[in-house]
Design a protein around this ligand. Structure first.
Ligand SMILES: Cc1cc2nc3c(=O)[nH]c(=O)nc-3n(C[C@H](O)[C@H](O)[C@H](O)COP(=O)(O)OP(=O)(O)OC[C@H]3O[C@@H](n4cnc5c(N)ncnc54)[C@H](O)[C@@H]3O)c2cc1C
Length: 495
Protein backbone atom coordinates (compact mmCIF):
# COMPACT_ATOMS: atom_id res chain seq x y z
CA UNK A 1 0.00 0.00 0.00
CA UNK A 2 1.38 3.42 -0.83
CA UNK A 3 1.74 5.97 1.93
CA UNK A 4 -0.18 9.25 1.80
CA UNK A 5 1.38 11.95 -0.33
CA UNK A 6 3.50 14.38 1.65
CA UNK A 7 4.38 17.49 -0.24
CA UNK A 8 6.25 19.02 2.64
CA UNK A 9 9.37 18.17 4.53
CA UNK A 10 9.39 18.70 8.27
CA UNK A 11 12.09 20.82 9.82
CA UNK A 12 12.50 19.56 13.35
CA UNK A 13 13.12 21.84 16.31
CA UNK A 14 11.26 23.92 18.81
CA UNK A 15 9.47 25.87 16.09
CA UNK A 16 8.99 23.08 13.59
CA UNK A 17 8.39 24.41 10.13
CA UNK A 18 7.57 22.70 6.88
CA UNK A 19 9.99 23.12 3.99
CA UNK A 20 8.31 23.42 0.63
CA UNK A 21 11.03 24.38 -1.80
CA UNK A 22 14.78 24.79 -2.31
CA UNK A 23 16.52 27.99 -3.34
CA UNK A 24 19.47 26.98 -5.54
CA UNK A 25 21.03 30.45 -5.38
CA UNK A 26 21.03 30.71 -1.61
CA UNK A 27 21.39 26.92 -1.36
CA UNK A 28 18.79 26.81 1.37
CA UNK A 29 15.34 25.39 2.02
CA UNK A 30 12.30 27.64 1.85
CA UNK A 31 9.92 27.17 4.73
CA UNK A 32 6.15 27.26 4.41
CA UNK A 33 6.06 30.43 6.53
CA UNK A 34 8.58 32.17 4.31
CA UNK A 35 6.79 31.07 1.15
CA UNK A 36 3.50 32.49 2.42
CA UNK A 37 5.14 35.52 3.94
CA UNK A 38 5.92 37.44 0.79
CA UNK A 39 8.64 35.33 -0.81
CA UNK A 40 6.52 35.03 -3.98
CA UNK A 41 6.41 37.19 -7.04
CA UNK A 42 10.00 37.98 -7.89
CA UNK A 43 9.98 36.22 -11.18
CA UNK A 44 12.87 34.00 -12.44
CA UNK A 45 11.49 30.49 -11.81
CA UNK A 46 13.02 27.31 -13.24
CA UNK A 47 10.08 26.33 -15.37
CA UNK A 48 8.47 23.98 -12.83
CA UNK A 49 4.91 23.91 -11.64
CA UNK A 50 4.69 26.00 -8.46
CA UNK A 51 8.14 27.60 -8.78
CA UNK A 52 8.77 31.24 -8.06
CA UNK A 53 11.62 33.53 -7.16
CA UNK A 54 14.12 30.88 -8.32
CA UNK A 55 12.74 28.59 -5.62
CA UNK A 56 11.98 25.07 -6.78
CA UNK A 57 9.05 23.31 -5.12
CA UNK A 58 9.59 19.90 -3.56
CA UNK A 59 7.81 17.31 -5.72
CA UNK A 60 4.88 15.33 -4.35
CA UNK A 61 6.29 12.24 -2.65
CA UNK A 62 4.94 8.92 -1.40
CA UNK A 63 7.55 8.97 1.36
CA UNK A 64 9.15 11.93 3.13
CA UNK A 65 12.02 14.32 2.69
CA UNK A 66 13.29 15.12 6.15
CA UNK A 67 15.67 17.69 7.57
CA UNK A 68 15.38 16.17 11.01
CA UNK A 69 18.78 16.59 12.77
CA UNK A 70 18.92 12.93 13.85
CA UNK A 71 18.42 11.78 10.26
CA UNK A 72 21.09 14.24 9.06
CA UNK A 73 23.54 13.10 11.75
CA UNK A 74 23.02 9.44 10.85
CA UNK A 75 23.47 10.11 7.12
CA UNK A 76 26.66 12.10 7.82
CA UNK A 77 28.24 8.98 9.33
CA UNK A 78 28.96 5.36 8.39
CA UNK A 79 30.49 2.18 9.79
CA UNK A 80 33.97 3.68 9.34
CA UNK A 81 33.27 6.68 11.65
CA UNK A 82 36.28 8.41 10.07
CA UNK A 83 34.82 11.02 7.74
CA UNK A 84 31.60 12.96 8.27
CA UNK A 85 29.83 14.95 5.59
CA UNK A 86 26.39 16.31 6.41
CA UNK A 87 23.64 16.30 3.79
CA UNK A 88 20.97 18.99 3.89
CA UNK A 89 18.11 16.49 3.74
CA UNK A 90 17.35 12.79 3.81
CA UNK A 91 14.75 11.19 1.56
CA UNK A 92 12.91 8.21 3.00
CA UNK A 93 11.37 6.99 -0.24
CA UNK A 94 7.88 5.53 -0.24
CA UNK A 95 8.25 4.27 -3.81
CA UNK A 96 10.72 3.89 -6.68
CA UNK A 97 9.08 6.92 -8.19
CA UNK A 98 10.18 9.04 -5.22
CA UNK A 99 13.79 8.27 -6.14
CA UNK A 100 13.17 9.22 -9.75
CA UNK A 101 11.57 12.50 -8.66
CA UNK A 102 14.34 13.29 -6.18
CA UNK A 103 17.14 12.69 -8.70
CA UNK A 104 15.30 14.85 -11.24
CA UNK A 105 14.79 17.50 -8.55
CA UNK A 106 18.48 17.35 -7.63
CA UNK A 107 19.39 17.96 -11.28
CA UNK A 108 17.11 21.00 -11.34
CA UNK A 109 18.44 22.39 -8.06
CA UNK A 110 22.14 21.66 -8.59
CA UNK A 111 22.17 19.23 -5.65
CA UNK A 112 24.06 15.98 -5.35
CA UNK A 113 22.43 12.72 -4.26
CA UNK A 114 23.54 9.34 -2.94
CA UNK A 115 21.65 6.25 -1.93
CA UNK A 116 22.59 4.89 1.48
CA UNK A 117 21.90 1.24 2.18
CA UNK A 118 22.92 -0.03 5.59
CA UNK A 119 25.70 2.59 5.81
CA UNK A 120 28.45 -0.04 6.08
CA UNK A 121 30.93 1.87 3.97
CA UNK A 122 34.10 2.86 5.81
CA UNK A 123 35.19 6.17 4.25
CA UNK A 124 32.12 8.24 3.37
CA UNK A 125 31.25 6.42 0.13
CA UNK A 126 27.49 6.98 0.71
CA UNK A 127 27.80 10.50 2.15
CA UNK A 128 26.92 13.77 0.37
CA UNK A 129 28.12 17.08 1.76
CA UNK A 130 25.29 19.60 1.35
CA UNK A 131 23.21 17.24 -0.78
CA UNK A 132 20.45 14.68 -0.34
CA UNK A 133 20.95 11.17 1.00
CA UNK A 134 18.31 8.62 -0.02
CA UNK A 135 17.84 6.07 2.74
CA UNK A 136 17.00 2.76 1.07
CA UNK A 137 15.77 1.16 4.29
CA UNK A 138 12.19 2.24 3.55
CA UNK A 139 12.28 0.35 0.24
CA UNK A 140 12.57 -3.15 1.64
CA UNK A 141 9.94 -5.41 0.08
CA UNK A 142 10.66 -8.87 -1.26
CA UNK A 143 8.26 -8.89 -4.21
CA UNK A 144 8.63 -12.43 -5.55
CA UNK A 145 10.49 -15.63 -4.84
CA UNK A 146 10.53 -18.17 -7.67
CA UNK A 147 12.55 -21.36 -8.00
CA UNK A 148 15.48 -19.63 -9.72
CA UNK A 149 15.13 -15.95 -8.78
CA UNK A 150 13.92 -13.35 -6.31
CA UNK A 151 12.70 -9.84 -7.07
CA UNK A 152 13.63 -7.46 -4.26
CA UNK A 153 13.76 -3.77 -3.49
CA UNK A 154 17.27 -2.33 -3.20
CA UNK A 155 16.89 -1.80 0.54
CA UNK A 156 16.22 -5.48 1.29
CA UNK A 157 19.12 -6.99 3.23
CA UNK A 158 20.73 -10.31 2.37
CA UNK A 159 19.73 -11.37 5.88
CA UNK A 160 16.06 -10.73 5.05
CA UNK A 161 16.39 -12.53 1.72
CA UNK A 162 18.16 -15.55 3.22
CA UNK A 163 15.45 -15.90 5.88
CA UNK A 164 12.78 -15.92 3.17
CA UNK A 165 14.53 -18.15 0.63
CA UNK A 166 16.11 -20.81 2.85
CA UNK A 167 12.63 -21.42 4.28
CA UNK A 168 11.69 -22.41 0.71
CA UNK A 169 14.78 -24.54 0.12
CA UNK A 170 16.53 -21.84 -1.96
CA UNK A 171 19.54 -19.58 -1.53
CA UNK A 172 21.43 -16.85 -3.37
CA UNK A 173 24.50 -18.60 -4.86
CA UNK A 174 26.97 -16.09 -3.33
CA UNK A 175 26.61 -14.45 0.06
CA UNK A 176 28.78 -12.03 1.95
CA UNK A 177 30.16 -13.21 5.31
CA UNK A 178 27.95 -10.66 7.07
CA UNK A 179 24.35 -10.53 5.89
CA UNK A 180 23.08 -7.17 7.22
CA UNK A 181 24.10 -5.36 4.03
CA UNK A 182 21.57 -4.04 1.53
CA UNK A 183 21.19 -5.73 -1.84
CA UNK A 184 21.62 -2.33 -3.54
CA UNK A 185 24.76 -1.57 -1.51
CA UNK A 186 26.59 -4.80 -2.32
CA UNK A 187 25.46 -4.78 -5.97
CA UNK A 188 27.05 -1.34 -6.24
CA UNK A 189 30.42 -2.63 -5.02
CA UNK A 190 30.61 -6.33 -5.98
CA UNK A 191 29.75 -8.58 -3.03
CA UNK A 192 32.39 -11.23 -2.39
CA UNK A 193 32.13 -14.37 -0.24
CA UNK A 194 33.28 -17.97 0.08
CA UNK A 195 31.18 -19.11 -2.90
CA UNK A 196 32.87 -16.53 -5.17
CA UNK A 197 35.51 -18.99 -6.35
CA UNK A 198 32.79 -21.12 -7.99
CA UNK A 199 30.10 -18.53 -8.74
CA UNK A 200 31.71 -15.12 -9.14
CA UNK A 201 30.70 -12.16 -6.99
CA UNK A 202 27.12 -11.16 -6.21
CA UNK A 203 26.96 -8.85 -9.24
CA UNK A 204 27.62 -11.87 -11.47
CA UNK A 205 24.37 -13.37 -10.17
CA UNK A 206 21.89 -10.65 -11.12
CA UNK A 207 19.26 -11.16 -13.83
CA UNK A 208 17.62 -7.74 -14.08
CA UNK A 209 17.74 -4.32 -12.45
CA UNK A 210 15.47 -1.34 -12.17
CA UNK A 211 17.60 1.77 -12.06
CA UNK A 212 17.10 5.52 -11.74
CA UNK A 213 19.77 7.10 -13.92
CA UNK A 214 21.58 10.31 -13.00
CA UNK A 215 19.09 12.24 -15.13
CA UNK A 216 16.15 10.86 -13.15
CA UNK A 217 14.88 8.25 -15.62
CA UNK A 218 13.54 4.95 -14.25
CA UNK A 219 14.86 2.21 -16.54
CA UNK A 220 14.74 -1.62 -16.56
CA UNK A 221 17.96 -3.23 -17.72
CA UNK A 222 19.46 -6.69 -18.08
CA UNK A 223 22.01 -8.57 -20.15
CA UNK A 224 19.52 -8.57 -23.04
CA UNK A 225 17.98 -5.12 -22.59
CA UNK A 226 20.04 -1.96 -22.12
CA UNK A 227 23.11 -4.04 -21.34
CA UNK A 228 25.44 -1.05 -21.21
CA UNK A 229 23.53 0.49 -18.30
CA UNK A 230 23.14 -2.92 -16.59
CA UNK A 231 26.89 -3.52 -16.67
CA UNK A 232 27.66 0.06 -15.67
CA UNK A 233 25.52 -0.11 -12.56
CA UNK A 234 26.71 -3.54 -11.33
CA UNK A 235 29.86 -2.70 -9.40
CA UNK A 236 29.45 0.90 -10.65
CA UNK A 237 29.84 2.44 -7.16
CA UNK A 238 26.58 4.37 -7.53
CA UNK A 239 27.99 6.53 -10.35
CA UNK A 240 25.61 5.87 -13.24
CA UNK A 241 22.32 4.96 -11.60
CA UNK A 242 20.59 4.17 -8.36
CA UNK A 243 19.38 0.59 -8.14
CA UNK A 244 15.76 0.58 -6.96
CA UNK A 245 14.94 -3.09 -7.55
CA UNK A 246 16.91 -6.22 -8.45
CA UNK A 247 16.10 -9.67 -9.75
CA UNK A 248 18.76 -11.93 -8.27
CA UNK A 249 19.50 -15.58 -8.95
CA UNK A 250 18.51 -18.33 -6.54
CA UNK A 251 19.71 -21.94 -6.46
CA UNK A 252 18.63 -24.94 -4.35
CA UNK A 253 19.90 -24.58 -0.78
CA UNK A 254 21.82 -27.50 0.73
CA UNK A 255 20.79 -28.74 4.17
CA UNK A 256 24.28 -28.72 5.66
CA UNK A 257 27.83 -27.48 5.37
CA UNK A 258 30.94 -29.51 6.22
CA UNK A 259 33.60 -27.03 7.28
CA UNK A 260 37.31 -27.83 6.95
CA UNK A 261 39.85 -25.67 8.75
CA UNK A 262 43.39 -26.35 7.59
CA UNK A 263 46.17 -24.63 9.51
CA UNK A 264 49.54 -23.58 8.03
CA UNK A 265 52.62 -21.91 9.50
CA UNK A 266 54.31 -21.30 6.14
CA UNK A 267 52.79 -18.53 4.03
CA UNK A 268 54.25 -19.81 0.75
CA UNK A 269 52.74 -23.26 1.29
CA UNK A 270 49.43 -21.68 2.30
CA UNK A 271 49.29 -19.58 -0.87
CA UNK A 272 50.30 -22.56 -3.01
CA UNK A 273 47.58 -24.79 -1.54
CA UNK A 274 44.95 -22.04 -1.73
CA UNK A 275 45.84 -21.38 -5.37
CA UNK A 276 45.64 -25.12 -6.09
CA UNK A 277 42.20 -25.35 -4.43
CA UNK A 278 40.92 -22.32 -6.31
CA UNK A 279 42.04 -23.79 -9.62
CA UNK A 280 40.59 -27.22 -8.81
CA UNK A 281 37.22 -25.71 -7.76
CA UNK A 282 36.91 -28.52 -5.21
CA UNK A 283 34.96 -26.77 -2.50
CA UNK A 284 31.59 -24.98 -2.56
CA UNK A 285 33.04 -22.32 -0.28
CA UNK A 286 36.69 -21.26 -0.03
CA UNK A 287 37.97 -18.59 2.32
CA UNK A 288 40.93 -18.22 4.67
CA UNK A 289 42.43 -16.06 7.36
CA UNK A 290 45.75 -14.97 8.85
CA UNK A 291 46.16 -14.34 12.59
CA UNK A 292 49.06 -13.61 14.96
CA UNK A 293 50.39 -16.92 16.30
CA UNK A 294 51.40 -15.63 19.75
CA UNK A 295 55.11 -16.14 18.99
CA UNK A 296 55.74 -13.07 16.86
CA UNK A 297 54.62 -14.61 13.59
CA UNK A 298 51.35 -15.57 11.90
CA UNK A 299 49.33 -18.66 11.28
CA UNK A 300 47.22 -19.12 8.17
CA UNK A 301 43.97 -21.06 7.98
CA UNK A 302 42.15 -22.33 4.92
CA UNK A 303 38.44 -22.28 5.71
CA UNK A 304 36.70 -24.42 3.12
CA UNK A 305 33.24 -25.95 3.00
CA UNK A 306 31.38 -28.58 1.06
CA UNK A 307 27.59 -28.41 1.00
CA UNK A 308 25.56 -31.60 1.42
CA UNK A 309 22.05 -32.85 2.11
CA UNK A 310 20.84 -35.93 3.99
CA UNK A 311 23.36 -38.78 4.18
CA UNK A 312 25.18 -37.72 1.00
CA UNK A 313 28.23 -36.62 3.00
CA UNK A 314 31.36 -35.16 1.35
CA UNK A 315 34.38 -37.37 0.60
CA UNK A 316 36.95 -35.95 3.04
CA UNK A 317 39.85 -37.90 1.55
CA UNK A 318 39.22 -36.62 -1.98
CA UNK A 319 38.68 -33.04 -0.83
CA UNK A 320 41.89 -32.89 1.21
CA UNK A 321 44.14 -34.88 -1.14
CA UNK A 322 47.42 -33.24 -2.14
CA UNK A 323 47.36 -30.51 0.54
CA UNK A 324 50.24 -29.86 2.97
CA UNK A 325 48.62 -28.35 6.07
CA UNK A 326 50.08 -28.64 9.59
CA UNK A 327 46.80 -29.54 11.30
CA UNK A 328 43.07 -29.67 10.54
CA UNK A 329 39.58 -29.80 12.00
CA UNK A 330 36.30 -30.85 10.39
CA UNK A 331 32.84 -29.82 11.57
CA UNK A 332 29.27 -30.08 10.24
CA UNK A 333 26.70 -27.28 10.61
CA UNK A 334 23.23 -26.56 9.26
CA UNK A 335 23.51 -24.43 6.10
CA UNK A 336 21.64 -21.41 7.48
CA UNK A 337 23.51 -21.69 10.79
CA UNK A 338 26.71 -21.49 8.76
CA UNK A 339 25.49 -18.43 6.85
CA UNK A 340 24.71 -16.76 10.18
CA UNK A 341 28.00 -17.78 11.80
CA UNK A 342 29.11 -14.20 12.59
CA UNK A 343 25.93 -13.16 14.37
CA UNK A 344 26.95 -14.17 17.95
CA UNK A 345 30.32 -12.37 17.64
CA UNK A 346 28.69 -9.22 16.26
CA UNK A 347 26.05 -9.25 19.00
CA UNK A 348 28.89 -9.38 21.53
CA UNK A 349 30.83 -6.54 19.84
CA UNK A 350 27.65 -4.44 19.92
CA UNK A 351 27.08 -5.29 23.56
CA UNK A 352 30.55 -4.09 24.59
CA UNK A 353 30.35 -1.01 22.34
CA UNK A 354 33.30 -1.90 20.09
CA UNK A 355 31.04 -2.23 17.01
CA UNK A 356 30.60 1.56 17.16
CA UNK A 357 34.37 2.29 17.09
CA UNK A 358 36.12 3.58 13.93
CA UNK A 359 36.88 0.98 11.23
CA UNK A 360 39.76 1.97 8.95
CA UNK A 361 39.56 -1.18 6.83
CA UNK A 362 41.98 -2.10 4.08
CA UNK A 363 40.60 -4.40 1.38
CA UNK A 364 42.73 -5.38 -1.61
CA UNK A 365 42.59 -7.71 -4.59
CA UNK A 366 46.09 -9.11 -5.11
CA UNK A 367 47.42 -11.26 -7.99
CA UNK A 368 48.22 -14.79 -6.72
CA UNK A 369 51.85 -14.47 -7.84
CA UNK A 370 52.27 -11.53 -5.39
CA UNK A 371 49.92 -12.73 -2.63
CA UNK A 372 52.61 -13.90 -0.19
CA UNK A 373 54.68 -10.78 -0.83
CA UNK A 374 51.82 -8.26 -0.38
CA UNK A 375 50.41 -10.15 2.62
CA UNK A 376 53.84 -10.13 4.28
CA UNK A 377 54.19 -6.36 3.77
CA UNK A 378 50.72 -5.74 5.21
CA UNK A 379 51.12 -8.21 8.08
CA UNK A 380 54.37 -6.53 9.14
CA UNK A 381 52.16 -3.60 10.23
CA UNK A 382 49.87 -5.75 12.42
CA UNK A 383 50.54 -5.78 16.16
CA UNK A 384 51.26 -9.23 17.64
CA UNK A 385 48.26 -8.91 19.98
CA UNK A 386 45.87 -7.63 17.30
CA UNK A 387 42.37 -9.12 17.28
CA UNK A 388 41.43 -7.60 13.90
CA UNK A 389 40.12 -10.23 11.47
CA UNK A 390 42.49 -10.66 8.50
CA UNK A 391 40.86 -12.28 5.47
CA UNK A 392 43.17 -13.84 2.90
CA UNK A 393 41.60 -16.08 0.29
CA UNK A 394 41.62 -16.81 -3.44
CA UNK A 395 39.10 -16.86 -6.27
CA UNK A 396 39.11 -17.48 -9.99
CA UNK A 397 39.02 -14.50 -12.30
CA UNK A 398 37.32 -16.57 -15.02
CA UNK A 399 34.04 -16.65 -13.04
CA UNK A 400 33.82 -12.82 -12.98
CA UNK A 401 31.71 -11.29 -15.74
CA UNK A 402 31.13 -7.59 -14.97
CA UNK A 403 33.44 -5.07 -16.64
CA UNK A 404 33.63 -2.46 -13.85
CA UNK A 405 34.59 -4.87 -11.07
CA UNK A 406 38.30 -4.15 -11.18
CA UNK A 407 40.68 -6.97 -10.26
CA UNK A 408 44.28 -7.86 -11.12
CA UNK A 409 45.06 -9.44 -14.45
CA UNK A 410 45.87 -13.00 -13.33
CA UNK A 411 43.80 -16.21 -13.35
CA UNK A 412 43.79 -16.49 -9.54
CA UNK A 413 43.29 -13.46 -7.31
CA UNK A 414 43.48 -13.15 -3.54
CA UNK A 415 41.27 -10.96 -1.41
CA UNK A 416 43.38 -9.51 1.41
CA UNK A 417 41.59 -7.50 4.12
CA UNK A 418 42.61 -6.19 7.51
CA UNK A 419 39.27 -5.44 9.16
CA UNK A 420 40.65 -2.94 11.63
CA UNK A 421 38.88 -1.56 14.67
CA UNK A 422 40.58 1.60 15.97
CA UNK A 423 40.16 3.20 19.37
CA UNK A 424 38.08 6.38 19.12
CA UNK A 425 41.11 8.55 19.93
CA UNK A 426 41.61 11.57 17.64
CA UNK A 427 44.38 10.92 15.14
CA UNK A 428 44.52 7.13 15.54
CA UNK A 429 41.98 6.14 12.85
CA UNK A 430 43.46 8.78 10.51
CA UNK A 431 46.98 7.39 11.00
CA UNK A 432 45.68 3.92 10.10
CA UNK A 433 44.06 5.35 6.94
CA UNK A 434 47.52 6.73 6.01
CA UNK A 435 49.02 3.32 6.73
CA UNK A 436 46.39 1.72 4.48
CA UNK A 437 47.39 4.10 1.73
CA UNK A 438 51.08 3.18 2.00
CA UNK A 439 50.23 -0.56 1.95
CA UNK A 440 48.01 0.09 -1.08
CA UNK A 441 50.85 1.89 -2.88
CA UNK A 442 53.15 -1.11 -2.41
CA UNK A 443 50.38 -3.52 -3.46
CA UNK A 444 49.32 -1.47 -6.50
CA UNK A 445 52.93 -1.37 -7.70
CA UNK A 446 52.69 -5.15 -8.22
CA UNK A 447 49.28 -5.12 -9.90
CA UNK A 448 46.83 -5.14 -6.96
CA UNK A 449 43.52 -3.25 -6.94
CA UNK A 450 41.61 -1.71 -4.08
CA UNK A 451 38.19 -3.14 -3.25
CA UNK A 452 36.36 0.20 -3.07
CA UNK A 453 34.63 -0.59 0.25
CA UNK A 454 37.99 0.26 1.88
CA UNK A 455 39.37 3.17 3.84
CA UNK A 456 42.02 3.95 1.26
CA UNK A 457 41.83 7.60 0.16
CA UNK A 458 41.72 8.00 -3.63
CA UNK A 459 41.79 11.15 -5.76
CA UNK A 460 40.57 11.24 -9.39
CA UNK A 461 44.09 10.40 -10.65
CA UNK A 462 44.08 7.26 -8.48
CA UNK A 463 40.71 6.30 -9.94
CA UNK A 464 42.12 6.75 -13.42
CA UNK A 465 44.90 4.28 -12.50
CA UNK A 466 42.32 1.99 -10.90
CA UNK A 467 40.28 1.75 -14.11
CA UNK A 468 43.35 1.74 -16.37
CA UNK A 469 42.35 1.23 -19.99
CA UNK A 470 38.66 1.32 -18.99
CA UNK A 471 38.96 4.94 -17.81
CA UNK A 472 37.68 6.37 -21.11
CA UNK A 473 34.66 4.03 -20.89
CA UNK A 474 34.03 5.24 -17.33
CA UNK A 475 34.07 8.88 -18.48
CA UNK A 476 31.70 8.06 -21.36
CA UNK A 477 29.29 6.19 -19.07
CA UNK A 478 29.24 9.11 -16.64
CA UNK A 479 28.58 11.58 -19.47
CA UNK A 480 25.78 9.38 -20.82
CA UNK A 481 23.96 8.39 -17.63
CA UNK A 482 24.80 11.16 -15.15
CA UNK A 483 25.75 14.17 -17.27
CA UNK A 484 25.39 16.67 -14.44
CA UNK A 485 27.46 14.51 -12.09
CA UNK A 486 24.67 14.35 -9.53
CA UNK A 487 25.19 10.81 -8.20
CA UNK A 488 27.30 9.50 -5.33
CA UNK A 489 30.10 12.06 -4.89
CA UNK A 490 31.41 10.27 -1.78
CA UNK A 491 33.38 7.83 -3.94
CA UNK A 492 35.47 10.79 -5.14
CA UNK A 493 35.84 9.45 -8.69
CA UNK A 494 34.92 12.61 -10.58
CA UNK A 495 36.13 16.04 -9.50
C1 LIG B 1 30.68 -5.96 8.99
C2 LIG B 1 30.83 -5.90 7.50
C3 LIG B 1 31.02 -7.06 6.79
C4 LIG B 1 31.17 -7.02 5.40
N1 LIG B 1 31.35 -8.19 4.74
C5 LIG B 1 31.51 -8.17 3.39
C6 LIG B 1 31.70 -9.36 2.65
O1 LIG B 1 31.75 -10.46 3.19
N2 LIG B 1 31.84 -9.24 1.31
C7 LIG B 1 31.77 -8.05 0.66
O2 LIG B 1 31.88 -8.00 -0.55
N3 LIG B 1 31.61 -6.91 1.35
C8 LIG B 1 31.50 -6.95 2.69
N4 LIG B 1 31.34 -5.77 3.36
C9 LIG B 1 31.38 -4.51 2.62
C10 LIG B 1 30.02 -4.19 2.07
O3 LIG B 1 29.67 -5.05 1.01
C11 LIG B 1 30.00 -2.77 1.52
O4 LIG B 1 30.40 -1.87 2.49
C12 LIG B 1 28.60 -2.45 1.03
O5 LIG B 1 28.66 -1.28 0.25
C13 LIG B 1 27.74 -2.22 2.21
O6 LIG B 1 26.38 -2.24 1.86
P1 LIG B 1 25.48 -1.10 2.49
O7 LIG B 1 24.09 -1.53 2.25
O8 LIG B 1 25.84 -0.80 3.88
O9 LIG B 1 25.89 0.06 1.50
P2 LIG B 1 26.30 1.58 1.80
O10 LIG B 1 27.55 1.60 2.61
O11 LIG B 1 25.14 2.27 2.36
O12 LIG B 1 26.61 2.07 0.32
C14 LIG B 1 27.76 1.62 -0.35
C15 LIG B 1 27.92 2.37 -1.67
O13 LIG B 1 26.91 1.97 -2.58
C16 LIG B 1 26.06 3.05 -2.91
N5 LIG B 1 24.71 2.52 -2.91
C17 LIG B 1 24.02 2.01 -1.86
N6 LIG B 1 22.83 1.58 -2.27
C18 LIG B 1 22.77 1.82 -3.60
C19 LIG B 1 21.78 1.59 -4.59
N7 LIG B 1 20.63 1.01 -4.31
N8 LIG B 1 22.05 1.97 -5.86
C20 LIG B 1 23.22 2.57 -6.18
N9 LIG B 1 24.19 2.80 -5.28
C21 LIG B 1 23.96 2.43 -4.00
C22 LIG B 1 26.31 4.09 -1.84
O14 LIG B 1 26.02 5.39 -2.27
C23 LIG B 1 27.76 3.88 -1.53
O15 LIG B 1 28.55 4.51 -2.49
C24 LIG B 1 31.17 -5.78 4.74
C25 LIG B 1 31.01 -4.60 5.45
C26 LIG B 1 30.84 -4.64 6.82
C27 LIG B 1 30.70 -3.38 7.60
Amino acid sequence: MTKPIQRRAVLAGAAALAVVAFDPLKRSWITEAHAHGGGHGHGHGHGHGGDCCGEISIPGLDGELTVDPDAITEAADDFGHIVSRAPIAVLRPGSDDDIRKMVKYANDCGLKVAMRGQGHSTLGQAQVEGGVVIDSRTLNTIHEIECDRAVVDAGVTWNQLVAATVAEGLTPPVLTDYLDLSVGGTLSVGGIGGATNLNGVQIDNVIELEVVTGEGKLVKCSKKKKRKLFEAVLGGLGQYGIITRATVKLVPAPESARIYRLVYSDIEQYVADQTFLAEEERFDYLEGQAAPNGAGGFQYTIEAAAWFSGSDTPDDGALLAGLSFDSSTVEDQGYEQWLRRLEPTIAFLKLIGVWGFPHPWIDLFVPASEAANVASIALSTVAPDSQDPILFYPFLRSNLTRPLFMVPDEPVIFLFDILRTAPPIPGVPEALVDLNRSIYDAAAAVGSKKYPISSIPFDPADWEDHYGEKWEDVLDLKAEYDPNSVLTPGQGIFP
